[in-house]
Design a protein around this ligand. Sequence first.
Ligand SMILES: Cc1cc2nc3c(=O)[nH]c(=O)nc-3n(C[C@H](O)[C@H](O)[C@H](O)COP(=O)(O)OP(=O)(O)OC[C@H]3O[C@@H](n4cnc5c(N)ncnc54)[C@H](O)[C@@H]3O)c2cc1C
Length: 424
Amino acid sequence: MTVLVIGAGAAGIAAARRLRDLGRDALVLEAGPRIGGRAVTDHSLGAPVDLGASWLHQAEDNPLTPLAQRLGFTLHDTAQGTNRRRRDLLLLADGSVAGEADRAAFEAAADAFDDAAEAAVAAGSPDRPLSDVVPRDGPWAATASHWLAAMINAAEAEGQSLHDYVATGLDGWNPQVQEGVGTLVARLAEGLPIRTGCAVHRLRCDAAGVTAEGPGGPWHGEAAIVTVSTGVLAAGGIVFDPALPATVQAAIAGLPLGLLSKVALRATTEAAKLGLRDFARLGRQVAGAEDSPLSWMLWPFGRDIAQAFIGGRRAWQLAAEGPAAAEVEARAELARYFGADTVSRAFPDPALVTTWGEDPLFRGAYSHAIPGQAGARALLRDAALAGGRLRLAGEATHARFAATVGGAWSSGEHAAEQVHAALA
Ligand SMILES: Cc1cc2nc3c(=O)[nH]c(=O)nc-3n(C[C@H](O)[C@H](O)[C@H](O)COP(=O)(O)OP(=O)(O)OC[C@H]3O[C@@H](n4cnc5c(N)ncnc54)[C@H](O)[C@@H]3O)c2cc1C
């Protein structure tokens, strides 16, 4: 009999590969029209643009690194040996360009943010909002918090668990994949039994096994691995029969998805790269309580693409207004650096805007634990439901590399091994 895998993102693909290696039949049921989930590479701007994951974080420990290298994908560390917090162009709150001292002050504030969080955990602090323990004073404290919480973790520090923030912190080699992370994940799915357009709306577990119901179904298996996002699970995207235990439901609710949106613009050749190096990074000092600056990466791999990132609360607000609002905001932000005329001349075409927050198959970008829920990831990872025949996987269930494509991959492999052992 078959093991049903619900969702064909990184976790589902990894689970199916592992089951195959263990000699078990798998059937992957994917609601959407494509595979890869939050790892997808778009080509509509004439070059690969990753709409979701684009970095292989902590690549020395990332399970996708050796797979990418074996398949001949090109990995490139975009920081090029510099401090990852370094900005090629940093604007001060008054709109002027920061000099070396201010750029160094921003980097020091970002280091102080992480140091304070780590020190609080090391000193035995109970779990609490991350914002409780990080520096609040000084000209760069709000900017450091905006960058490390709202942008990197896709949620403001007030809503994040201190312990989860520290436990899932990333460091080390941080390359991008020239061909696209989405291209890599899709390649790794080749030959797997995946059916797209097969949404699972109900999952029933009984003595006979597991039955997945939805248009095109039902599908029967002896076990199932569910890899849909915690956003989808919390919204009731799949009804479980019997219902999930209250502890599991609480853990799902404790791991909401934050939002990171991307806006990609293609430049004309006359833009002459605006005088910036490939992979140039732009950022701006937070100018007040309501200010949520976008950050930018320009000319990745020498391409004529400028990509904006919008994180946290502001990303949700713009998502509610629709993609046109995010494009307007991105163009206005870029105009702060180069002037509105230059921006409209350099980027005449419509932007590509991601819609992760609005899409019912995802409902956000990636998970963070809310204060007090630092143990939720391990609880989901270890939940052996229906006598071990139902397992949860996906980025939110990885206690160390949560929110990453590598963490999703490892979680899928782990769930496959657990199901295999339960069926033995
Ligand atoms: C903008 C953005 C930037 C990111 N940047 C990075 C980065 O640089 N590096 C990094 O490592 N990670 C990054 N991530 C995170 C990374 O993409 C995710 O952690 C990872 O891809 C999640 O994989 P998953 O398999 O857990 O979930 P998903 O990719 O969400 O896969 C779940 C699948 O389930 C499907 N599904 C949903 N509902 C149903 C249903 N009812 N029935 C059947 N199928 C269903 C979905 O369509 C989806 O394909 C980023 C994400 C975003 C959105």
